[in-house]
Write a protein that binds this ligand. Structure first.
Ligand code: T3D
Length: 260
């Protein structure tokens, strides 16, 4: 059997490569379980201080493998598959207190697009495109899409993308603020790896709290968020990496963060 997700750890970065290239890395059950295991590993192993998610071959991820959904085999309970596979994955990515970089190497469709939008910093190859493919088969955007799209680009653009399933170029996705930036195809993996390694050598505790704080702002009032900043800053101020950061500044040298 092939590994549906390739794992590689280097310089504190866990690289997870979706690996069903013949299907544009569409999700079958095996790939779901392998990807979840990868993010659980990132959560549990202290040496891993950032994740890089990408795909093998010419696509990033085409969402659910529709070969497993042939209506001739009966009507599936999609609520069950969302609850069992997609939602836990989304929660893992968002709750991981370490940066998740996504390198979208080719087409990202359906859940594949919304998983890319759920990552912390998403880079995309110039030739890639994003498609809310759900409308074409009578489904609703999932993997947090109905939450992230209106927040990232506003209701008008979110609705047009979701209702028409029109492909969005990488350039436009970056212009609209759905992703961080577009990179030439040949440079994508190098640039994303450099970024992930830079993050992995950073003050992991502070970065994790920063991620949490920005996400909390989606539902907090300003007052709640100011209180949260106070609490998180108190916590960050007790970290060894904060002491190292200030010492390095005062001693005019490069800090050596340990992720603690
Ligand atoms: O079911 C649940 O659990 C609910 C959750 C749903 C989450 C979802 O993601 S629903 C949305 C599912 N995804 C789609 O509807 C996208 C389907 N794919 C496409 O529309 C197109 O393939 C793309 C626009 C992504 C790419 O088009 P193109 O022309 O670049 O490539 P292609 O020729 O269509 O695809 C290449 C191969 O990958 C092809 O196989 P073949 O003919 O070479 O044997 C194609 O069938 C296969 N493939 C692509 N996407 C899927 C897929 N096979 C199964 N499932 C796919 N989603």
């Amino acid at each position: 059997a092939i590994d549906t997700v390739l794992e590689d750890v280097s310089h504190g970065v866990l690289r997870l490569t979706l690996n069903r290239p013949d299907k544009l890395n569409a999700f079958n059950e095996d790939m779901h379980l392998a990807l979840r295991a990868g993010f659980e590993r990132a959560r549990d192993e202290a040496e891993i201080r950032a994740v890089l998610l990408t795909g093998s071959g010419r696509g990033f991820c085409a969402g659910q493998d529709l070969g497993d959904r042939d209506p001739r085999n009966g009507t599936p309970d999609l609520g069950h598959t969302i609850e069992t596979y997609y939602n836990p994955l989304l929660r893992l990515i968002r709750m991981l207190e370490k940066p998740v970089v996504c390198a979208v190497n080719g087409v990202a469709a359906g859940a594949g697009a919304n998983i890319a939008f759920a990552c912390d910093i998403t880079l995309a190859a110039r030739s890639s495109r994003f498609i809310q493919a759900f409308a074409k088969i009578g489904l609703v955007p999932d993997s947090g899409g109905t939450w992230s799209l209106p927040r990232l680009i506003g209701e008008a653009r979110a609705k047009a993308l979701a209702l028409t399933a029109e492909p969005l170029s990488a350039e436009k996705a970056a212009d609209w603020g759905l992703i961080w930036k577009v990179v030439d195809d040949q440079q994508l993996l190098d640039e994303a790896t450099k970024l992930a390694q830079q993050l992995a050598s950073g003050p992991t505790k502070g970065l994790g709290l920063t991620k949490r704080a920005i996400q909390a702002a989606a539902t907090n009032s300003l007052d709640q968020q100011l209180d949260l900043e106070r609490d998180f800053q108190r916590e960050a101020g007790h970290s060894a990496d904060y002491a190292e950061g200030v010492s390095a500044f005062l001693e005019k040298r490069t800090p050596e963060f340990k992720g603690q």
